[in-house]
Ligand binder design. Structure first.
Ligand code: TXA
Ligand code: MG
Length: 330
């Protein structure tokens, strides 16, 4: 899915900007990222300012070779196994942090999140910069993550260089696993599932709970995330969808957008405004289109949104993790 219009010169220019302490947006296989030189404190501070990100929510550092790990962390046996199985790819590992990493990146924690993305443009950019790149998702804090360059431009109009490689492949952010302690803890579900992780580690992976969110070790969990501007309701059945439709229309006096799946043996009533997100049960397509659907609802001015939930298993766990946060008020 590489954009043929992206040239070597674009990458060189982006690399030079990063070396000069500027921020650049770039594609990864999960979502677009907002990158800065991870070892440059002032450059990383610009990311927090641009996004409006709370200072206690740390950034993930992106690398393009295992050699880059040396100055960032001491790799543990658990991390070595996971790196072998899933890197490059959509997995972030939280590991003990080395002193060279500015405190702003890790939000003052003793650990740091590290990811080796598989997207060729991300890898080329990191190599062009010659430095590891700290990057959160390239959206304003709290908004749905960007899966196209256009989404990034919506949130940061004319503020930065955006490397456009077309739509991303996966559509939701990396799985985050804390392997800094004795037992692995899943901090954020993603494309790589608990089952896959447990198989490689040959032990149980505990899902972080609200208690963990109150501890400083998993700061990102406590914030509202991924939210559209419209009032979002999740439904599981056809009856619920129709009932919510009635309620939302009465409440907001406008037509809700219904983000629904295509069922093999039933169609949705004609009077609904439907965005068909995927075939029923096709979770990979659902994940890829989820944030784009929420952003479409916003850019089309819908005041309310009904979205079909999926079973919270496998990739569905990651999808529902995002949707439940997106639907939460406050
Ligand atoms: O797929 C992704 O991970 C994308 C692309 C751009 O790589 N990045 C991304 O970053 O989603 P961000 O900042 O939106 O989410 C990073 C998550 C946050 O929830 C943060 O709290 C958590 O990772 N995190 C980062 N470092 C951590 C650490 N040392 N300990 C615990 N959680 C950490
Ligand atoms: Mg994010």
């Amino acid at each position: 899915m590489k954009n043929p219009t992206l040239t070597v010169e674009d990458l060189q220019k982006a690399g030079a900007l990063l070396r000069a302490g500027e921020v650049v947006a770039f594609p990864t296989e999960t979502v677009y990222g907002l990158g800065a030189n991870a070892l440059d404190e002032i450059a990383c501070a610009k990311i927090f300012a641009l996004k409006g990100r709370p200072a206690d929510n740390p950034l993930i550092i992106h690398i393009a070779s295992l050699d880059m790990l040396d100055e960032l962390t001491e790799i543990t046996p658990m991390a070595r196994k996971l790196a072998k199985a899933f890197w490059p790819g959509p997995l972030t590992m939280v590991l003990p942090k080395k002193p060279g990493i500015p405190d702003i990146v890790s939000a003052g924690l003793y650990t740091v999140g590290i990811r080796f993305p598989s997207h060729p443009t991300a890898q080329e950019l990191i190599r062009s910069a010659g430095q590891p790149i700290a990057a959160p998702s390239a959206n304003l804090s709290g908004r749905p993550s960007p899966t196209t360059a256009k989404h990034v431009a919506e949130d940061f109009i004319d503020q930065l260089l955006i490397l456009d490689s077309g739509p991303v492949e996966i559509g939701l952010e990396s799985t985050v696993i804390d392997v800094s302690g004795e037992h692995p803890i899943l901090l954020r579900p993603g494309f790589i599932t608990i089952n896959q992780l447990e198989k490689i580690l040959d032990q149980k992976v505990r899902l972080a709970n609200l208690e963990d969110a109150r501890r400083p070790a998993a700061p990102g969990m406590k914030y509202r995330h991924y939210a559209p501007k419209g009032d979002l309701r999740l439904v599981t059945t056809r009856d619920q969808a129709l009932k919510q439709h009635q309620e939302l229309r009465d409440q907001h006096k406008t037509e809700p957008l219904c983000i629904l799946t295509e069922h093999p043996d039933q169609s949705w009533p004609d009077h609904l405004e439907v965005f068909l997100i995927a075939k029923h049960g096709d979770l990979e397509t659902y994940a890829r289109n989820m944030f784009a659907a929420l952003r479409y609802a916003d850019s089309s001015g819908y005041q309310s949104i009904i979205m079909e939930a999926v079973p919270a298993e496998g990739l569905g766990l990651a999808i529902m993790n995002r949707l439940e946060k997106a639907a939460k008020k406050a």
